[in-house]
Design a protein around this ligand. Structure first.
Ligand code: SF4
Ligand code: SF4
Length: 270
């Protein structure tokens, strides 16, 4: 098996059998309110949410992250995944429409999730390998219901991502991707349930993570810069960035945090 075949066989199931796009490959696509298939893509689909998706949608809907997770998401259990994923819950009605779509289109358009921005592209990250940075694999969804791929506008992966303001979101979530594809997982290692819970809280339930940081002994146990502490009090984004940093310490024992000397006791957990 060649390297590229190996990577392809490791892609998540929904991406297999799709046309792969390399850097300079082009595809045609356009999506406008007048198109005959308008909003048909917003039903009965698996939309994985990133930490920033959850945060932005919760804030847009004026909900706490916990309320948003309970109301609008589900966590499928699959034994192939080493970390839990959060998916947008479709409505219970027969057509399984997304709760945010109506005849005018996406009701959360400015804060729509990463997957919705990327469509008709999909991206998979092959599992981490020793000494290699994981390289994303891009595929094109050519779904029959979507007429957008019959339009004339031509894109590359990069130009489409630029058009959808994806690069800035990905830059913000680099720390998250580094956790998900961390070399610690090479060889199929599994985190224990307590660490999986930490991952879920810190990445997706930011309001609970805020209480964990500010209403526990956390700040007594770790040495943190004063201006960072102040920033985290008022900025969700700063707190989420910090969550990614703390997780590297808590999950993989990386030295991203400094434990206060007074807090160091034998056998103490992060
Ligand atoms: S063109 Fe495709 S992405 Fe756009 S509304 Fe139609 S089905 Fe959805
Ligand atoms: S979030 Fe918006 S774009 Fe994404 S499926 Fe729902 S309505 Fe469609």
């Amino acid at each position: 098996m060649t390297d590229s075949e190996q990577k392809y066989s490791e892609l998540p199931e929904p991406l297999k059998g799709r046309r792969q796009l390399s850097k300079n490959d082009t595809f045609c696509f356009d999506c406008q309110p007048g198109i005959s298939c308008f909003t048909q893509c917003c039903a009965d689909i698996n939309i994985l949410l990133t930490p920033l998706d959850v945060l932005r949608l919760a804030r847009r809907l004026d909900m706490s992250t916990r309320e948003f997770l309970d109301t609008h998401t589900m966590m499928p259990i699959t034994k192939d995944l080493h970390l839990p994923v959060v998916m947008l819950k479709m409505s219970d009605a027969e057509d399984k429409r997304c709760s945010f779509v109506d005849k005018n289109g996406c009701g959360v358009y400015e804060d729509r999730p990463w997957s919705c921005r990327m469509y008709p592209l999909g991206m998979g990250l092959p599992p981490a390998r020793a000494g290699e940075d994981p390289v994303p694999v891009y595929v094109l969804f050519e779904d029959d219901f979507c007429k957008g791929t019959k339009e004339k506008n031509e894109w590359t992966v990069d130009s489409w991502k630029q058009n959808q303001a994806v690069p800035e979101r990905e830059a913000f979530e680099v720390g998250f991707q580094e956790i998900v594809s961390h070399p610690w997982f090479i060889g199929g290692r599994q985190l224990d349930p307590r660490r999986i819970e930490m991952f879920h809280m810190a990445c997706y339930d930011l309001d609970t993570f805020r209480r964990f940081v500010f209403s526990s002994t956390f700040l007594n146990r770790f040495e943190l810069e004063e201006d960072l502490i102040e920033e985290m009090r008022t900025s969700d984004e700063a707190l989420l960035q910090f969550a990614f940093r703390w997780l590297r310490f808590a999950l993989f024992a990386e030295p991203t945090m400094k434990v206060r000397e007074t807090a160091q006791k034998p056998g103490r957990n992060p």
